[in-house]
Design a protein around this ligand. Sequence first.
Ligand code: CA
Length: 371
Amino acid sequence: MKTFLFVGLLLTCAGCGSSDKNPAASEPSATAPTAVGAPTAAAKIYRWKMITTWPKNLPGPGTGAERLAEMLRKMSNGRLDIKVYGAGELVGAFEVFDAVAEGSAEMGHGAAYYWRGKLPIAAMFTTVPFGMTAQEMNGWLRYGGGMELWRELYAPFDLVPLAAGNTGAQMAGWFNKEINSLADIQGLKMRIPGLGGEVLARAGGVPVAVPGGEVFTALQTGVIDATEWVGPYNDLALGLHTAAKYYYYPPWHEPGPTLEALVNKTAYDALPNDLRAMIEVAAQAVNDDVLSDFTAHNIAALETLVEEYGVEVRALPADVLAKFKSVSLEVVEEAAGESELARRIYDSYMTFYAGVKRYHRLTEQAYLEIR
Ligand code: CA
């Protein structure tokens, strides 16, 4: 809420803050321009639909999408009025990309790695196994050239992507049996999307694509033996602890996944400049807010899982992690081979990652080890 108010004040007062310095600006005049953000009687109202890959109001990703719409409604004084739909309400979770591209909804909220079947390299804009953290992803997207490449990748689909949430490093997931060695991964059916799913396959497991709203049932009925989802706050809300007993770490597969907002480019281009600017700023605010939401709420949720529900937290064994890591390098590099643009995305990510890893060894990483 504080984040929202701060951003809202910034924007709605962008045009009125100058009145202190220029007394003339506050004098009534029939021809004075309307302050930015204040609607006139003739202000056009844009009523949009935002379809999401999440169950309606799912804590974290789902509430993040709602907050994005709420921010935009308030920042624009109701001129951009967006109604949010959960997965399955208008289209299924995995149909969001196509539906926004076709314009049947103006906006979407999900994650780029869900479109891996169509665009394998898109997964790099969500997360890369053994790749960058949330802080590092934000640095690459905003100041390392990542966002420009993401927009280039989606342009042929008439889509504008925005970073709009990050869960932080996730848990490795829920397993209905103990994983003691690489042998236990063989034939294991696990819900795990993106590049992580391909890594699991090469290590002998069987990745299964299941949207968030169906993960619990799939795990409970034995359609899958294991699932990763997000972390304690979100996993508790889905009730995953009632379908599997073992909760594994570390997050080898999703060290800091970025959630995405999609905007239909034709609808985006039809907006006045101020509303477009609000979308950029609100997405950035939500990108930060979702990470804060997870960081704050994961703490108590993990305690609840362990102390009230008897969940057993376990570390993945070293041989499993070593296999995943060695396979990850080849999986990610193969995704780069699909096109010239995919190669540029891969090179940009890897160059930034190598640099930030060197620097963070002396700073973030060194600090976490000594504190
Ligand atoms: Ca996940």
